[in-house]
Design a protein around this ligand. Structure first.
Ligand code: TRP
Length: 327
């Protein structure tokens, strides 16, 4: 009798403690502003953006686990995963969704028209259907864009490896961010006497074969700011370098991973600017009232090892202008 009473007491105590903890956890979750970060895939540039975003929030006094909650989810390059993640964020009633790269943002926009969405590094927000007007996004969406100029990259290619007539455009045909840049490239080609050959992939498993075929038919390669190509960039660079074909790209990380050169933006700054927009929203501004931010400053990034492999001498003038030279 005494024993069972004791047992009963212990059970009650455990039950009470469990209730107490559950109560606590719930209260905490409800109190703290919760941000869901969704990222299509992990490649160096998107990881830089995310890290910089989180660091800037913290520098401005918003730290994960202290006064805000950040739930980071990686979709591993899969569209279905993206939709599942965004649905979970909406079902959990998170306070904000931060969507890194265009596919993540398109999925988030499809998932909610209430929860504020801040997209990050979307090359063509209007063409990708994220906002109708860069200056007045309206609704629950705003963010940062990493639009680059195909023309500037081609002019750099003319300085480094002149005389090309055929440019191979390597990208994933379902990434609207890439299509925007490839269309600009084609318009520029039509006026400047070179031809563009499209080499499209639908997933990272196709990248190597498409690159192998493309380098046989072109003088230089051009890959825009494409997430699928960026994820497989070491393979692309090796294939291009083995074939003696210079590979121009859309982002610094792709140069670091073996591409020859780009005129691109600084993604650490872009991540920090995305955080500043998130803070404005936390402080009560409606997302739709904040204009989409683009990066004005374009920098030259070069890969010296790739240049040496291809036997290309980079003029001093360009070396001196470069923001970063990867070895
Ligand atoms: N701009 C890409 C998009 O709109 C995302 C991105 C950011 C990216 N940095 C990159 C893609 C570097 C490839 C390489 O989805």
């Amino acid at each position: 009798m005494k024993k069972s009473m004791k047992l009963f007491g212990v059970i009650c105590l455990v039950a009470l403690m469990a209730m107490g903890f559950a109560g606590c956890a719930e209260e905490k979750e409800n109190d703290m502003y919760t941000i869901g970060i969704v990222q299509i895939v992990e490649h160096p540039s998107l990881d830089t953006i995310r890290t910089s975003f989180i660091e800037e929030l913290s520098a401005q006094g918003y730290t994960d686990g202290e006064n805000i909650v950040i739930d980071y989810q990686n979709a591993q390059g899969d569209q279905t995963n993206l939709n599942t993640i965004n649905k979970k964020f909406v079902d959990n009633n998170y306070d904000m969704i931060v969507a890194i790269a265009t596919p993540s943002a398109q999925s988030a926009v499809g998932a909610t028209s209430d929860i504020p969405i801040v997209f990050s590094a979307c090359t063509d927000p209007v063409g990708s259907g994220l906002v109708e007007d860069m200056n007045k996004p309206g609704g629950n969406v705003t963010g940062t864009s990493d639009a680059v100029s195909a023309e500037m990259i081609i002019e750099l290619a003319k300085d480094l490896t002149p005389g090309f007539t055929k440019v191979g455009a390597l990208y994933n045909s379902s990434e609207t961010n890439s299509l925007a840049v490839v269309e600009d490239l084609e318009a520029y080609a039509a006026e400047n006497g070179f031809e563009v050959v499209r080499g499209t992939v639908s997933s990272s498993s196709e990248v190597q074969q498409v690159t192998v075929n493309l380098v046989e038919n072109v003088d230089i390669l051009f890959s825009p700011i494409d997430n699928t190509i960026a994820s497989a960039m070491p393979i692309v660079a090796k294939t291009a370098n083995d074939a003696g074909i210079p590979c121009y790209v859309g982002a610094d990380s792709m140069v670091k991973d073996g591409g020859l050169a780009t005129y691109g933006i600084n993604y650490t700054i872009l991540g920090a600017e995305t955080a500043q927009m998130a803070i404005e929203i936390m402080n009560g501004t409606s997302a739709g009232d904040i204009p989409v931010r683009t990066m004005d400053e374009m920098n030259i990034y070069l890969n010296k090892t790739t240049a040496d492999t291809l036997g290309i001498t980079i003029p001093d003038e360009i070396m001196n202008k470069a923001a970063e030279i990867f070895e």
